[in-house]
Ligand binder design. Structure first.
Ligand code: HEC
Ligand code: HEC
Ligand code: HEC
Ligand code: HEC
Length: 370
């Protein structure tokens, strides 16, 4: 039983928790080998290592190296015997895929050239008594096909990072290529006819099954999923618990900058062009949009009553909007107090040591003045 990789979820706290559950269940399915996808590094090396140790997940990768040590991150290949044939299973990751790890600015791994890697590795696998070589190519369907033309000696290749579900089997050179699908929606079965003496694949047949409503949900698994959802909600609330909206006033409201636009059109135009208007996007790009400790400076009114929350309608207060500096729009006093508040607001977020070491009021104001 094989998986070409990409098991883990997106870079958010909630999906990280879900990925733990996914690892637990995946381990029970009894996989023989799992390739390494870029997604599997979303939560960093330590998370991956812990998951592998706790759930005995058979991850493998031949071209991903830990930057800190220069060592291979995972077993270079796996060797298993089935039906009298010795299989070697290896995996390569596309070096062009960006590796972004939650909470880190730099990638913790180096992805080396997969062609050079395999040209060197395959003969060594043969020397190790391997008769049939199975490769996970985590580089998408099209790229894998081109790639296989440059690497000889692979018997069966499973393309990962691919969205081609149906009847995708092809022969490229002497390799049988099949493409994986996504989100566990399909299951493929390859029946091979192998030559006894050499282990060579002579003929094969592929069946792809869509895991749709035709399959009855398993009751114990459903119950576990329900339990897990309860747990997930607890995790969410715990993360929020220490970050309750206690500041500000119940009487006032944040109106969003769209409201201010009605009368302050040119100021709104200025805001739209500033980095403030993409502050939340910066977090989602980093995969940290649901981390409470980031939201207070990258959204409007977070921790204030009526301020930003991920649930609508308060999610309209994403980014640094007018009221992040001027305060509640419903106040709208004309006595200079909203200006005074705004002048003092900068350093609440641009607090010199951490986030904005170069902050200088005059220089920064010049960039957003209105
Ligand atoms: C609610 C928090 C918050 C407040 C208040 C705030 N900022 Fe910012 N500011 C940010 C964040 C977050 C960014 C980074 C946005 C991004 O790139 O995602 C930023 C970016 C900027 C930038 C762009 C920096 C660059 O080099 O492109 C300028 C200029 C700036 N702020 C000026 C100010 C000034 C002046 C004030 C006060 C009048 C102020 N900010 C108040 C959060 C805040
Ligand atoms: C105390 C307020 C504050 C907190 C908390 C905060 N940031 Fe920021 N962040 C800023 C400000 C201000 C800037 C703009 C710095 C500048 O340009 O001078 C910024 C800039 C950034 C940038 C660079 C934007 C760019 O131009 O590419 C990233 C990335 C970022 N923050 C991510 C995060 C993440 C992730 C967290 C949570 C772990 C976080 N921030 C928490 C205030 C904050
Ligand atoms: C990053 C913080 C920040 C944001 C965001 C911001 N302002 Fe301001 N705004 C200020 C500061 C600071 C001043 C006062 C500058 C001064 O006079 O010293 C100001 C001044 C003003 C003034 C008075 C201008 C004048 O002619 O004297 C108005 C009106 C105003 N802002 C409206 C808005 C509106 C509307 C938005 C949203 C579209 C907005 N501001 C967004 C910080 C901000
Ligand atoms: C119905 C029209 C209207 C809307 C909506 C509106 N304003 Fe104003 N605002 C005005 C007028 C008129 C003034 C006074 C003239 C001026 O100073 O430009 C003013 C003045 C201001 C001032 C300067 C206050 C002072 O003490 O000098 C700020 C700051 C301001 N508005 C912010 C906002 C913000 C933030 C929003 C959105 C939450 C907003 N306004 C929405 C009409 C509006």
């Amino acid at each position: 039983m094989l998986d070409a990789g990409g098991l883990f979820g997106k870079r958010t706290l909630m999906e990280k928790e879900q990925s733990r559950f996914l690892c637990e269940v995946t381990s029970e399915f009894g996989y023989d080998a799992i390739g390494l996808g870029d997604e599997d590094l979303n939560y960093g090396i330590d998370f991956l290592r812990e998951a592998i140790a706790e759930y005995s997940l058979p991850f493998t990768s031949a071209n991903v190296f830990e930057t800190a040590t220069g060592e291979l991150l995972l077993p270079e290949y796996l060797k298993i015997k089935r039906g009298g044939i010795t299989f070697g299973i290896c995996s390569v990751l596309d070096p062009d895929l960006p590796i972004t790890t939650m909470g880190k600015t730099e990638s913790p791994v180096e992805v080396r050239d997969p062609i050079a890697t395999l040209r060197e590795l395959i003969p060594r696998m043969r020397d190790d008594g391997i008769e049939s070589i199975i490769l996970f190519c985590h580089m998408g369907d099209k790229k894998t096909e081109a790639f296989l033309n440059q690497v000889a000696g692979v018997d069966i290749c499973l393309a990962g990072n691919s969205r081609r579900p149906y009847s995708s089997e092809r022969v490229v050179g002497k390799t049988c290529l099949i493409s994986g699908s996504f989100e566990g929606r399909y299951m493929g079965q390859l029946k091979g006819d192998f030559e006894k003496s050499t282990g060579k694949l002579k003929a094969f047949e592929v069946d792809i099954t869509k895991l749709d409503e035709k399959f009855i949900e398993e009751a114990t698994m459903l119950a576990r999923i329900e339990d897990f959802k309860v747990h997930l909600e607890e995790v969410r609330l715990n993360a929020r618990g220490i970050y309750k909206p206690t500041k500000g006033s119940d009487k006032e409201q944040f109106l969003t900058s769209r409201e201010c636009r009605k009368c302050h059109r040119s100021t709104w135009d200025t805001l739209m062009q500033s980095a403030h208007n993409s502050a939340y996007t910066t977090l989602s790009r980093k995969g940290q949009a649901d981390e409470p400790e980031c939201l207070s400076c990258h959204t409007t009114g977070y921790l204030y009553k009526g301020g930003y929350d991920e649930k609508p309608p308060a999610n309209r207060l994403a980014h640094v909007q007018c009221e992040a500096c001027h305060g509640y729009g419903t106040m709208h006093s004309r006595d200079g107090s909203m200006l005074e508040r705004a002048r003092k607001s900068c350093v609440v977020c641009h607090n010199n040591e951490d986030c904005s070491p170069d902050f200088d009021y005059d220089v920064y104001w010049e960039k957003i003045k209105h």
